[in-house]
Design a protein around this ligand. Sequence first.
Ligand SMILES: C[S@@+](CC[C@H](N)C(=O)[O-])C[C@H]1O[C@@H](n2cnc3c(N)ncnc32)[C@H](O)[C@@H]1O
Length: 285
Amino acid sequence: MNELRLLLRDASLRLSHAGVGSPDTDAIALLAHAWSTDVADVRRAEVLGRMPDDAVLRRFSALIGERASRVPLQHLTGRAAFRHLDLAVGPGVFVPRPETEMLVDLVAPTLEALAAPVVVDLCTGSGALALAVKDEHPAAQVYAAELSPDACAWAQANRDRLGLDVQIRCADALTAFPELEGGADVVLSNPPYIPVGMVPVDAEVRDHDPALALYGGSDDGLRIPLQVAARAAQLLRPGGVMVMEHASTQGDSLPARLRAQDVWREVGDHRDLTGLPRAVLIVRS
Ligand SMILES: C[S@@+](CC[C@H](N)C(=O)[O-])C[C@H]1O[C@@H](n2cnc3c(N)ncnc32)[C@H](O)[C@@H]1O
């Protein structure tokens, strides 16, 4: 085994012992970051037996130490991939998750059927959903609301860096965009939905994602999601569509509570790529 492979193997073992879930992937991503290159380039160096210089090795060692203390990988690299976008993230903003990407697919048929759909992302965090929709559906008029000033600043910075024309308002999703009431075609949301009192097992989530991004405001975690859905009902035109992410344990309870809101003519739940209940799609009466 060459020197670079040994370096990566030792780093991966250290991460594994610290309880990191994907030690190999994280070790190579952090070496790529320390080396200011990409993972494919590190793989090439592995094959060629090429070693980075001492400054890179020192940076890598420090990054592995931080990751072993369960600082999220994305906070260390400063980036999170979301659909086709490379989003800047860090302390103060929720790191977007792969399972959220399916929300964009769920609304795609509605967006493709309209010339210039009006789209609202409630609880936008880093801007992930709003920016991905604008990136993939450039004709859409996209609006997004975020309550946390820190998260909102990340979203606005992502928008500006990516050059995507999205109106991002630092405001409460439950009252934002009164001028759009009754006129939105699509609302997306990945709101906070973890039951209060259920502390996440992963240190990366528990210690680094903001509490405002995690907890749904009640024992079942549904208080804020239901409030967000009620706001979506005010924003949407009749026939407008909302998709909302939920916990895998809320695949029955959330649709049942939405049916009781009596403003949705269709309520259907969707599973993610791992087969778990993940998002509800509802159509405004
Ligand atoms: C689970 S995170 C999701 C962020 C982003 N949509 C994503 O998928 O990566 C929930 C976000 O909702 C924000 N939030 C919580 N309550 C809010 C409210 N009343 N109005 C607007 N944003 C809110 C949090 O600050 C956090 O950024």
